[in-house]
Structures are given as structure tokens and as C-alpha cells.
Design a protein around this ligand. Structure first.
Ligand code: ZN
Length: 132
């Protein structure tokens, strides 16, 4: 495993892009909407890992709910896995609660699954497998 990316919930992708551009000294390399999740995302490369900024695009979006409840900030940590279905099975057997049993398409050409924050010291963990 490696840290594939760190997800940060933001109110404005435009503002956050400017801030992270200053921090990292580089532009984001892509912007992508994930309709299913009601989010618009942008990505910055940081060595082998990435920063994913997430802005809500509708009222039902989990990002909208998160920001309403807790404000902007760190939202999730994503670990890259080789075989997401095997990892889901393994973690369920270890007693972890997964938010989706079946991997779903995420941003940046990935299949993703989230572990319930209650299972992981109140950190939302994303597993992601590159779609080849
Ligand atoms: Zn993510």
C-alpha cells in the first residue's frame, strides 16, 4: 500500500486551487467531476501521492454535508491497493464496516471503496484501485 492521495473538502475549488498552487509551487494537473458523488475535484501531484480537493456540486453531496457539519478541511486518506475486492473481503473479515460492498467508480480512473470512519479512529479511509 501507499498513500494514493489525501482528500480535502473545500467550499470553493477555485480559491483552494490558488492556495494549493502557492503551497506546492505547481498548478493542479486536472479537474474532474464525479456526478455520482455530487463533487467536482482537482488534483495536485505531490511526489508519488496526490492532493484531491473536493467541492460539492449539489445539496445531497457528502462533501456539502461534511462542510455543513465540520467545516472545510481534511476529509479522507486514500490508500492504493492492487485488488480492491480482496481488500474489502479481508477488512470485512477483520470487522471493519465498509460504506460500499461493491467498489464504485471514483475520480482519476479509480475503483473506490470507503471504510466507515467509526471503524478507523474517525478517519474516513478510501481504498482505491487503478482501473487498467
Ligand atoms: Zn479520494
Amino acid at each position: 500500500m501507499k498513500i494514493e492521495h489525501i482528500g480535502i473538502a473545500v467550499k470553493s475549488l477555485e480559491n483552494a486551487n490558488e492556495i494549493f498552487k502557492k503551497v506546492l509551487g505547481e498548478e493542479h494537473y486536472k479537474t474532474e467531476a464525479v456526478e455520482l458523488e455530487g463533487v467536482s475535484t482537482s488534483f495536485f501531484q505531490v511526489g508519488d501521492s496526490k492532493i484531491e480537493l473536493l467541492e460539492a456540486t449539489n445539496e445531497e453531496s457528502a462533501i456539502k454535508k461534511f462542510i455543513d457539519k465540520r467545516g472545510e478541511g481534511l476529509h479522507h486518506i486514500a490508500f492504493a491497493v492492487e485488488d480492491i475486492n480482496a481488500e474489502i473481503e479481508r477488512l470485512k473479515n477483520e470487522g471493519f464496516e465498509v460504506l460500499n460492498d461493491t467498489p464504485k467508480p471514483g475520480a482519476d480512473n479509480k475503483l473506490v471503496c470507503f471504510l466507515h470512519p467509526k471503524s478507523c479512529n474517525y478517519v474516513l479511509v478510501e481504498l482505491c484501485q487503478e482501473i487498467k
